[in-house]
Ligand binder design. Structure first.
Ligand SMILES: [Zn+2]
Length: 447
């Protein structure tokens, strides 16, 4: 049974036909490799997965010629010169048990998660944008699911492709106004029914799409794996394609799942380009800031909850004595809440300068419509410029100069007073006569 097949053609520089064994314990891979410009003919897989690649042989009319592993690579100069067919196996379950690392291979219940770069042997030096093709054949009853690029797969992309999974999965396609998202759910007992779980995933994807104006990445995978008790946590991974791992406790009921924030946080990550390490605050701050707002606009959270959490959370993002700008001081508080403060200030200032006709979401929608999703790596400045241009301001670039590269100075009390957010003990009250109360109402979408 072919679970996934990108159209195979002779034109590709790399063609893989992957067949999983009966229990998905071992993958048998047939690779057609076109000639490539590296005289050593070095072939390998992602770091950490090499020892699970077994029995590599070059196939010819004369039979199979075994290739020896030297260090972390296999060398086939004849293949580089003329192209070749290579067959090997990958000990998928063994890799998952030994590595237990989602970036190499890991076992979650009965499902093996392993990004394609771990099990696709390929030229280490060369070939760039040349096309690659992949087909995966699974045994009866098991499925393969992966986050794959919207366009053709390229050789360069293989090393970076995000999470993929093999196992007893329920696989569904969500169609969000023409953008397709693959949902793969590990089968097994859980308190939430299958339909409750699926409609929560669909609603969460839809509210994310409505904030960004569209679902940010085509071809994304949302992989739901079992976790203990009521635990919920997730990870998003991009570059070339997008996958989210959502670890969802099997004891959670539907109301608890819908009250959790982690899924929408990860979904929001899909709506901004992947950045260099020093700008991690911009990615995490955005997910921290936008998640409750997108949920409030969909009626899943009250405005009081959103603003109360901002009043309580944001002081943790203010610079401490000795802190530098957000690019340089990478503590938890500065990364998540310092980043969230950057995006709140951006939202407020864009609205002040545009008579509340434009907000942060309009800047972010422009980034997404220019292709700036997690699947693309951008310089931060490019995202800020695109966003600023779309709303006709320089707010994002100015704020970056103020808070990204210097400690900055933000008077949170004055900001909340102007927005009409008043804490009365632990509860929030709104003052609609405050100078920019209309901006507060526009942000959470509750008029
Ligand atoms: Zn995050």
């Amino acid at each position: 049974m072919i679970a996934l097949a990108l159209a195979l053609s002779a034109a590709a520089a790399l063609r893989y036909e992957v067949t999983a064994s009966a229990d998905a314990r071992v993958l048998t891979v047939d690779a057609q490799i076109a000639a490539f410009p590296d005289r050593s003919g070095e072939l390998s897989v992602n770091g950490g997965a090499e020892e699970f690649v077994r029995d590599v042989a070059m196939l010819s009319a004369k039979g199979a010629l075994p290739l020896e592993r030297r260090g972390d690579s296999w060398f086939a100069p004849g293949c580089a010169a003329r192209g070749c067919a290579v067959r090997y196996s990958f000990a998928l379950r063994e890799a998952a048990a030994a590595r237990n690392d989602d970036d190499v291979a890991a076992l979650h219940g009965d499902v093996v998660e392993s990004p394609p770069g771990s099990w696709l042997l390929r030229p280490m030096h060369a070939t760039g944008n040349a096309k690659a093709e992949l087909s995966v054949t699974m045994p009866e009853g098991l499925r393969f699911a992966a986050g794959l690029p919207r366009g053709p797969l390229t050789v360069d992309a293989i090393a970076e492709l995000p999470y993929a999974a093999f196992g007893n999965l329920r696989v569904e396609k969500l169609d969000l106004d023409g953008v397709s998202v693959t949902v793969a759910i590990a089968k097994g007992p859980r308190r939430q029914t299958g339909e409750e779980l699926l409609s929560w995933l669909r609603d969460s994807a839809a509210l994310t799409a409505s904030y960004f104006g569209r679902f940010p990445t085509a071809g994304a995978l949302l992989l739901v794996l079992p976790a203990i008790g009521s635990e919920v946590h997730g990870r998003a991974r991009g570059t070339f394609a997008a996958s989210i791992l959502l670890f969802l406790g099997t004891d959670l009921d539907n109301a608890q799942a819908r009250a959790s924030w982690e899924l929408v946080h990860e979904l929001v990550h899909l709506g901004f380009p992947s950045l260099r390490r020093e700008h991690h605050w911009a990615e995490e701050g955005l997910a921290t800031y936008v998640e409750p707002i997108a949920r409030a606009r969909a009626g899943e959270l009250s405005a009081a909850k959103v603003w109360g959490d901002l009043v309580r959370g944001l002081p943790q993002g203010l610079p401490q004595p000795g802190d530098e700008g957000l690019d340089r001081t990478q503590t938890w508080g500065r990364t998540y809440w310092g980043g969230a403060l950057f995006w709140l200030l951006a939202d407020v200032q864009i609205r002040e300068r545009t008579g509340n006709r434009r907000g942060l979401e309009h800047a972010l929608r422009a980034v997404v419509s220019h292709g700036g999703s997690i699947a693309e790596s951008w310089p931060l400045r490019r995202a800020l410029e695109v966003g600023d241009r779309a709303v006709g301001t320089t707010v994002l670039q100015d704020l970056y100069a103020k808070l990204g590269m210097a400690p900055g100075d933000v008077d949170l009390q004055t900001l909340f007073r102007k927005l009409g957010v008043v804490m009365n003990g632990n509860s929030v009250e709104f003052d609609d006569r405050a100078p920019i109360a209309n901006i507060r109402r526009a942000i959470t979408g509750v008029q």
